[in-house]
Design a protein around this ligand. Structure first.
Ligand code: ZN
Length: 391
């Protein structure tokens, strides 16, 4: 039992006090009931909107849009069809690997239909709102308790980015929450994506924590079964994942055996390091699709999510230090219209205007205080970004 504890927990130092924090605190005691024949037949990937709620207390918790966007790409690598399977999957399990056929994007309209970039930012007066309850409700899920209200969970997946003393990741299981406004996922900011603060968070620096939590959100259990009962009889209820006695951590090499069969420690629903968390199985992909149809059918409506293509926008953004001007140049031959924003690293907006970019435009920024800012120019099809430092 002691070994299990060592495997399942890792130590997080907060100030001078050592605290124990669980990698993922999601567990479900009863199997999710699915009706027979409730299988989706997907011809194309379902596109699912996510809204991220960045509820930050310390500056470094207010991670950048780019770090969040890198996480969306990682989710798509794990869930979307047509994305390459990892070559590092053990040969004995290669034929089991499957993509569930979901594609995620940042919501581009809010519940009232107003355009949005799908990222909400709230400064929290208090730290650790994910761990705090007020009148039986967890504070982070409510504006009135200093957190951020969910957007309708039948239409969006809500992900709160916030620090908890108790866990790095947490997700609600389908049909298990008492209050629908608390349905969603909570992730520590340094576990999001693969850039920015994630880079200092090895070995959890490849965005696999949200892949794992998203698995829970669509009904998948830990591959070894339950937290409290690690043995071979306790299973995850998926046909093609072998029985496994308990969680793996780190990055094992080669065939590892428990319960008389090789263990699938590279599965996203184990606890291995991000570089070793590589695939879902066919059985898990089927389960995710069935849960989607039965428990989250509103997510199948695709009208609130238009993925922005982000590849090489035909725009150059530069900053002239002496002149204190931001300079945008249209490198293509089409006139571009979009929103021009200047935000600081806390997400506060210092400039926002709709612009038509024919050739070039200059924006004076002499009013900005010393600091780091992000210049964004975006519309439905593109997003151009540039970080500038004002001395
Ligand atoms: Zn988990």
């Amino acid at each position: 039992m002691k070994l299990v504890f060592v495997l399942m927990f890792h130590i997080v130092l907060a100030g001078s006090q050592a605290q124990i924090r669980v990698r993922c605190s999601s567990d479900v005691s009863r199997p999710i009931q699915l009706q027979d024949g409730d299988q989706l037949s997907l011809r194309t990937d379902v596109v699912i909107p996510i809204v991220f709620h960045v509820v930050w207390h310390e500056d470094e918790e207010n991670i950048t849009d780019q770090q969040i966007r890198s996480q969306v790409e990682i989710l798509n690598g794990a869930f979307a069809s047509g994305t390459q399977a990892s070559t590092a999957i053990l040969d004995i399990f290669k034929d089991y690997a499957a993509k569930p056929g979901l594609r995620f994007c940042l919501a581009d309209r809010d519940p009232e239909g107003v355009p949005t970039d799908g990222i909400l930012r709230r400064y929290a007066e208090e730290a650790f709102l994910a761990d705090k309850k007020v009148r039986g409700r967890t504070s982070i899920f409510y504006d009135e308790f200093g957190g951020s209200n969910a957007w309708d969970p039948s239409r969006y997946i809500n992900v709160w980015i916030a620090v908890s003393n108790r866990f790095a990741g947490y997700a609600t299981f389908p049909g298990e929450v008492d209050f629908p406004e608390e349905e969603g996922i909570i992730i520590d900011p340094s576990y999001i994506g693969n850039i920015g603060s994630a880079q200092q968070n090895r070995p959890f620096h490849q965005g696999k924590t949200l892949v794992h939590e998203m698995g829970h959100y669509f009904g998948l259990r830990h591959i070894w079964g339950s937290f409290n009962n690690p043995n071979c009889a306790d299973d995850d209820g998926i046909e093609d994942t072998p029985p496994q006695a308990q969680a793996y951590s780190g990055c094992p090499f080669g065939t590892m055996i428990s319960c008389n069969s090789p263990d699938m420690y590279q599965n996203h629903m184990d606890f291995t390091d991000d570089n070793c968390s590589l695939f879902f199985t066919i059985g898990q992909a089927d389960k995710i699709q069935s849960v989607l149809k039965q428990y989250r059918p509103g997510l199948l409506e695709q009208d609130i999510c238009t993925p922005k293509t982000n590849a090489d926008p035909p725009i150059s953004i530069s900053y002239g230090i002496g002149a204190k001007l931001v300079h945008l140049t249209n490198l293509g031959d089409q006139i571009l219209q979009g929103q021009l924003r200047i935000i600081d690293l806390k997400g506060s907006i210092h400039y926002e205007q709709r612009k038509t970019l024919i050739d070039q435009i200059y924006i004076p920024v002499e009013y900005l205080a010393t600091g780091v800012y992000i210049i964004q120019f975006y519309n439905e099809q593109l997003l151009a970004l540039k970080k500038i430092i004002i001395y």
